[in-house]
Structure formats: structure tokens, C-alpha cells
Design a binder for this molecule. Structure first.
Ligand code: NAI
Length: 329
């Protein structure tokens, strides 16, 4: 079947082509995001393949349906960017990649904790410039600190296990308790209690109407002064303006972000020759205790290979009616 692959980068093309060798579907790669202006690129295809910052709202889905698209293969675990009600009404099926490497994302979250705490990013720049002083680089022992994990599913539980290895106490908040986390000694508490007690907060829940701006002014007011907050989940779980205010008041001590509320206009692109128009993002970048990566937590060889394999398996299952199809919605 012909598949229009949107938001395609060289690594997508490489790994999807490799995974397609056994199936031989016809893959058309487009670097453009899917949106109302680019939707016509899918004309002639039966399936579209999308990533996290493609626009899959009712307008785009209607245009896809009018072009005969019946299936959307997401190359992501999260599907908060898809209007699933509209897709259902239009008869479009949507599949995602439910698990590809919880280790990739959890290890990146731990990386943000370590770099922020020990200011390794700043130390690297300083040493390269011949400044071997240590002022401003004082960190803290992770051993004995309390780590609050919000969302203790596949990624949250791997993150918890690594942090337990550092000798941290684990608190968890989730709508479902995970037996693996309980075995690690995690104590499940109400959100308020977790916010109150945690030295480090790490977000691993999906973006849903319930988790939108879960970390807002009120939630931040309950956190410890100097708290470290890590978000590798979805940008809109944190109210960025509230976080900036808390950073200015020196209430948030460290902020590590792999995702950002308005990342769709920025992340995954080389904008180094352009003027960034997003003033909120620009303000975030001025803080020495904020570390931002461009939605790269998933980006390991193992994860990208698994994403490609499951995406092609989903496409093939839809095309042939055989094999496992990881439908969402
Ligand atoms: P998962 O489904 O295994 O775990 C999510 C957990 O969040 C579940 O235990 C669920 O019960 C919990 N949860 C759901 N609603 C909640 C609520 N209202 N309050 C508290 N907990 C709630 O998902 P997984 O694989 O661990 O992924 C978590 C998130 O990580 C994804 O939804 C996605 O947004 C993000 N992600 C980010 C990536 C990156 O590259 N930065 C890559 C992959 C995923």
C-alpha cells in the first residue's frame, strides 16, 4: 500500500526503509509536518504515517478522509495530538507504537537530573574556555533524596528503578498502582503529598484533559523551595508561564525539559539562523538552572528501530488484516 510519511527526517527514512524490507509497502517521505497546508501531499496514498507534532485535528482528518485515507500509523506512543472522536466519526483507524523503549526516555530523564544537579553543561563550556573555577557548580547528593514520580507506567517505573539505585526514596502518584514500583519500595500518595515531599519531581503521565497544566500555580505553591522538576512527558502538563514565575522567585531550583508547550513550531528543526518569535521559550532559555532538550528522550538506536518495526507491522496488519494492530481510541 502507498504510505505518506510526514515529518520525515533522515533517520526515519533509514529505519522505516529497513523495517519495510519484509513488507515492501510504497513509502513516500515528506519532511513537512502534516497540517491544513500540506494535507494534499497525501493524495494518492491510502495510509498516512505521522509523528508527535503533526496536526491531526478535525479539519485535517476531514481532508484526509476526503482523499480516501482510512488509516493513520503514528510513530509515537502518545496520541494526544489526534482528535480521536473526529477520526472515529470519519471512519479513520489510528494506531500507535505503545512501547518501544521505556529505557530511552527514562535514561534521558535521569540524564537531565544529573546534568542539572552537577551543572555538567555549564562545567563543559567553562573548561573549554580555560575557566577551571568551581564557583556556582555546587551540586547535591542524590542519595537520600525524595523523588516523586507522576505516572508510574512503563517509563515512570524504569525511571523509579534507576533513581532507587542512587539511594533515593520513591513516592508515586498514579490512577493505577504499578506492582513493579511497589516492589521497589515506592510509596503511593496523593498528588498534594507528593508535591509537598519531593526534592525531585519527574513527569511520566500522558497528556489528557486531567493532566493538562497539572503543574500550575497552585501545584507549584505546594512544592518544596528549590525543587527540581523534570518533564520528558508532554509540554502541556506544565503551565510554562507559572513555571517561569516560580523560577524568577527562585522557588523552582532546577527545571529539565525535553518537551515544551508550544514545541511544534520549534523542535526537530534547525532554526539557528532565525529569530525565535516565542517569547516564553526565549525567557526560559535565560535561566542558568533550566536545561532544555528538543524532544530527544526517545532518540536511541534501539528505540528508533523498534518504532520503525512496530509502525510497519501496524501498517501491514491494517493492509492485510493479519497480525497485531495497536489501535488507539
Ligand atoms: P504508560 O501508559 O505505560 O504510563 C503512563 C502512566 O500514567 C500510567 O500508569 C497511567 O495510569 C498514568 N496516568 C494516566 N493518567 C494519569 C493521571 N491523570 N494522573 C496520574 N497518572 C496518570 O506510558 P509510558 O510509555 O510510560 O509513557 C508515558 C508518557 O511519556 C507518554 O504518554 C508520552 O507522553 C511520554 N513520552 C515521551 C517521549 C519523549 O521522547 N519525550 C517518548 C515516549 C513517551
Amino acid at each position: 500500500m502507498e504510505v505518506a510519511v510526514f515529518s520525515s527526517k533522515s533517520y526515519d527514512e533509514c529505519y522505516l526503509t529497513e523495517a519495510n524490507q519484509v513488507y515492501q509497502h510504497e513509502l513516500q517521505f515528506y519532511s513537512a509536518h502534516l497540517n491544513p497546508d500540506t494535507v494534499s501531499l497525501a493524495a494518492g496514498a491510502s495510509i498516512v504515517c505521522c509523528f508527535v507534532n503533526d496536526c491531526l485535528n478535525a479539519q485535517v482528518l476531514s481532508a484526509l478522509a476526503a482523499q480516501g485515507i482510512k488509516f493513520i500509523a503514528l510513530r509515537s506512543a502518545g496520541y494526544n495530538h489526534v482528535d480521536l472522536d473526529a477520526a472515529k466519526a470519519l471512519g479513520i483507524k489510528v494506531a500507535s507504537v505503545p512501547a518501544y523503549s521505556p529505557y530511552a526516555v527514562a535514561e534521558h530523564a535521569v540524564g537531565l537530573v544529573l546534568v542539572l544537579n552537577r551543572k555538567i553543561h555549564r562545567a563543559h563550556t567553562r573548561v573549554r574556555e580555560g575557566d577551571f573555577s568551581l564557583h556556582g557548580l555546587l551540586g547535591f547528593d542524590l542519595h537520600g533524596k525524595t523523588v516523586g514520580v507522576i505516572g508510574t507506567g512503563k517509563i515512570g517505573s524504569v525511571f523509579a528503578r534507576i533513581m532507587q539505585g542512587f539511594g533515593c526514596h520513591l513516592l508515586g502518584y498514579d490512577i493505577v498502582e504499578n506492582a513493579e514500583c511497589l516492589q521497589l519500595g515506592m510509596q503511593y500518595v496523593e498528588l498534594d503529598e507528593l508535591l509537598k515531599q519531593s526534592d525531585i519531581l519527574s513527569l511520566h503521565c500522558p497528556l489528557t484533559p486531567e493532566t493538562f497544566h497539572l503543574i500550575d500555580v497552585q501545584a507549584l505553591a505546594k512544592t518544596k523551595p528549590g525543587v527540581m522538576i523534570i518533564n520528558t512527558s508532554r509540554g502541556k502538563i506544565i503551565d510554562t508561564v507559572a513555571a517561569i514565575d516560580a523560577l524568577k522567585r527562585q522557588h523552582i531550583g532546577y527545571l529539565g525539559l525535553d518537551v515544551y508547550e508550544e514545541e511544534a513550531d520549534l523542535f526537530f528543526e534547525d532554526l539557528s539562523d532565525q529569530i525565535i518569535q516565542d517569547d516564553v521559550f526565549a525567557r526560559l532559555q535565560t535561566f542558568p538552572n533550566v536545561l532544555i532538550t528538543s524532544h530527544q528522550a526517545f532518540f536511541t538506536k534501539e528505540a528508533v528501530r523498534n518504532i520503525a518495526a512496530t509502525t510497519l507491522a501496524n501498517i501491514n496488519a491494517f493492509a492485510t488484516g493479519q497480525g497485531e494492530l495497536h489501535l488507539v481510541g
